[in-house]
Design a protein around this ligand. Structure first.
Ligand code: R5P
Length: 292
């Protein structure tokens, strides 16, 4: 029997509202269940409302990628500065220590390679495996306006249903087909469609008039990195995206293909979490590079 001797009654309290769940740091997410919010908070940090996601999922369609040949060697020095790793389950199981403290956003779409037409992608990871892997989010590329638009949007909706059931947030990646322009008109169209279909957050490219993209998307937007740029340009792009409403970045090549990846991720972190100007952030990168 439980020991109830000496139990003291709770004191009287006045209704203060403390402990209510009214506030949440991410737009469009206030009414999600606790598990969803907790997972989103692992990805997008409550103290700043921002995230540095390190995208290393390139191998799912392009095989060994420059900078990602031996995943452990790339990830080991970078993981301490990433809030989240975006990768495939194959790399998670083979190349990431289980003690890793980064949130995981697992790529849950695939089914194509660089050798074929890019847009023929579908949902390819069971949600049970995502639960088993303790992931904080599942990523899926949609191809609005591309030949397989319908297929990717329907499969995306199925993933959203599965995510809702399991309490795992879904990240829509607005992949851009070969014939599509990376402009605000297209990216806001694609991002908004993703949110309307139930994406919990959206990854999309930076463009001119980016505020149109972030402003018309009812859930958080993370800026995609894209091809390798000179460090100053990449930091400026990240800075502009943050100032124009992105909650963070999901960058790959601009970090791991830099001549000083650790310096670059530290600089990106300063821009994202502390609103550091690109010129100041570049000094962080250069200091790290010169210290080697
Ligand atoms: C983009 O759709 C894919 O997820 C990529 O494999 C990756 O995330 C791209 O990262 P980045 O363009 O920054 O190298």
């Amino acid at each position: 029997m439980a020991d109830v001797e000496g139990l003291v009654q709770a004191g009287d309290v006045k209704a203060t509202g403390a402990g209510s769940s009214a506030g949440f740091h991410l737009k469009g997410c206030a009414h999600l269940d606790w598990g969803m919010k907790n997972r989103l908070s692992r990805i997008i940090k409550p103290d700043t409302g921002r995230t540095v996601m390190l995208a290393v999922d390139h191998g799912y369609f392009q095989g060994p990628t420059s900078g990602l040949e031996i995943m452990e060697q790339t990830l080991e020095p970078l993981a301490p500065y990433a809030d989240c790793l975006m990768l495939t389950r194959g790399i998670l199981r083979t190349s990431v220590p289980a003690g890793c403290q980064c949130a995981i956003v697992l790529r849950a779409s695939g089914g194509q390679s660089v050798l074929s037409e890019l847009s023929n992608e579908t949902w390819n990871v069971a949600v049970e495996d995502c639960i088993r892997l303790n992931v904080s989010g599942m990523a899926f590329s949609i191809y609005v306006g591309a030949p397989h638009e319908h297929q990717t949007l329907v499969a995306f909706s199925d993933l959203v249903d599965a995510g809702q059931q399991a309490g795992i947030p879904v990240l829509a990646v607005t992949a851009v087909g070969r014939d599509m322009a990376r402009d605000a008109r297209y990216l806001s169209l694609s991002s908004r469609i993703a949110a309307e279909m139930g994406a919990n957050f959206v990854k999309t490219y930076y463009c001119e008039n980016f505020e149109r993209v972030t402003g018309t998307c009812p859930v958080p937007v993370v800026m995609a990195g894209g091809k390798k740029l000179p460090e100053m340009e990449a930091l400026t792009m990240a800075y502009n995206a943050i100032q124009e409403g992105a909650v963070g970045v999901d960058m790959g090549r601009n970090i791991f293909q830099s001549d000083c990846p650790v310096g670059m991720i530290k600089a990106v972190r300063a821009v994202v979490h502390y609103n550091e100007k690109p010129e100041e952030a570049l000094k962080i990168y250069e200091d790290e590079k010169n210290a080697r």
